[in-house]
Design a protein around this ligand. Structure first.
Ligand code: HEM
Length: 429
């Protein structure tokens, strides 16, 4: 019965006439500079304006667009408060993305943009797949995937692109295995994944690539309906196949697919970049699992690759951080701003794996908190420990100004990262 409710809700959401406020992200070609600051960085750091804004107004109106206030929440406590108040906000992006006349593949869906009660039911379908017990079963597979990539790098070295050889393929293969998908379309999905979070051409690029990816997953679900695979898609089909259609399941799988590799890939790439400059952190990774976990947590906090949470819309007029927000305004929560807030931990802009363990919002908080957080942690710990053990002298083989960091992406990352696997001086000694 509940599943019937989700279907009706999701269907209603998909069919709803939207753009009631006149803002349609699909057709917006350029975002005004005033709202893009939270997506820009200087290397791995937030823009200097972020600290100024956070100090002065941890909840600040950046602009009025089409009659809607666009708000930035950048203080740690304020950000956590918004994420915790799930009932007071809607995540339904179809409010600002026209759904009219768009094919199923182009509709908005997935867990992150679905409100309760649909969200509650869909999330319950996923959580059993991400328990520690299930994840422990994946551990040896992840180790094998990581070791195979390290062997391939060894053969391709001494200089390789860490993104192409390691950071992208490891989580990609893990997520394909989890969902039960073939890995042949790797290169195609790499470019699609990056485009999906890139706001530099407004909304259009995002929705084109999102449509392609959703189409692929809707088709994968349809194929597996005939011949269920042994991953998550096959499992959901065997259990709930008669109650959920291909579009709902494809949207759910798409959220897991994208959430599962682009984020972890960025963490491995930027993590590799940072570790290559911090031999003490490399040493801590090799030491033991508990010490390695501290490095991973500090990398998660410091890098905060998911810079901005899914946008939220207040359901009613409300006050937060002394500011008056109106129902239907757009609220961006800067997870990066929050995780670099000195109120959270001293000297928050410094990468310091020896700092007192601290809370952070790299996986969000509240009802939309990352469902894959424990998988991501496990993947990062296995991959980074193995990297530090195999290539302890890893160095970046490019100047910072030669690196192409993403410009306006909700998931921060770097396109390529040339690295030298072994110190040439030591290798020839
Ligand atoms: C280091 C890697 C990762 C980071 C930093 C990350 C970060 C996040 C964040 C910040 C959110 C919440 C956004 C919000 O509340 O607005 C989120 C949600 C989500 N993540 Fe992750 N994630 C990672 C890995 C993964 C993995 C491995 C998976 C799946 C295999 C995954 C699947 C999801 C899904 C499905 C959601 C939506 C949850 C919901 O709305 O209930 N993520 N992630």
């Amino acid at each position: 019965m509940l599943l019937g409710l989700v279907k009706r809700r999701v269907g209603k959401m998909i069919l709803a006439r939207t753009t009631r406020n006149g803002l349609d992200l699909r057709t917006l070609n350029l975002l005004p500079d005033s709202v893009t600051m939270p997506l820009q960085r200087v290397g791995l750091d937030p823009m200097p304006e972020m600290a100024e804004v956070r100090d002065e107004q941890p909840v600040k109106k950046l602009a009025d667009l089409f009659g809607m206030g666009i708000w930035l929440v950048s203080g740690y406590e304020e950000a956590r408060g918004v994420l915790a108040a799930g009932d007071a906000f809607s995540n339904d992006l179809s409010r600002i993305v026209s759904q009219d006349g768009h094919a199923a593949k182009d509709q908005i869906g997935g867990l992150g943009m679905t409100d309760p009660p649909g969200h509650t039911v869909l999330r319950k379908l996923l959580t059993p797949e991400f328990t520690r017990k299930r994840l422990a079963r994946m551990e040896p597979r992840i180790e094998a995937i990581v070791n195979a990539r390290l062997d391939a790098m060894e053969l391709a070295g001494p200089e390789v692109d860490l993104v192409a050889e390691f950071a992208f393929p490891v989580p990609f293969e893990v997520i394909c295995e989890l969902l039960g998908l073939p890995i042949e379309d790797r290169a195609y999905f790499h470019s699609l994944g990056a485009a999906r979070f890139d706001l530099s051409t407004g909304g259009a690029g995002i929705f084109d690539s999102a449509g392609e990816s959703r189409e692929f997953l809707i088709e994968a679900v349809a194929r597996q309906r005939e011949h269920p695979g042994d991953g998550l898609i096959g499992g959901l089909l065997s259990e709930y196949g008669d109650q959920l259609d291909d579009v709902v399941l494809g949207g759910l799988a798409d959220g897991v697919f994208l959430g599962g590799y682009e984020t972890s890939a960025s963490m491995l790439a930027l993590g590799g970049y940072l570790l290559a400059q911090h031999p003490e952190a490399m040493e801590m990774l090799r030491q033991d699992a508990a010490t390695a976990d501290r490095v991973v947590e500090e990398l998660l906090r410091h890098l905060t690759v998911v810079q901005l949470a899914f946008v939220r819309f207040p359901r009613e007029d409300m006050e937060i951080g002394g500011q008056q927000l109106k129902a239907g305004d757009v609220v961006g929560v800067s997870l990066l701003g929050a995780n670099r807030d000195p109120a959270l931990t001293p000297d928050a802009d410094t990468f310091d794996p020896t700092r007192e363990p601290t809370r952070h919002l790299a996986f969000g908080h509240g009802l939309h908190r990352c469902v894959g957080a424990e998988l991501a942690r496990m993947e990062l710990r296995i991959a980074l420990r193995a990297l530090a053990e195999r290539f302890p002298d890893l160095t970046v083989a490019a100047r910072p100004d030669e690196l192409e960091f993403r410009k306006l992406s909700a998931v921060y990352g770097v396109e390529k990262l040339p690295v030298q696997l072994r110190d040439p001086k030591l290798a020839s000694a």
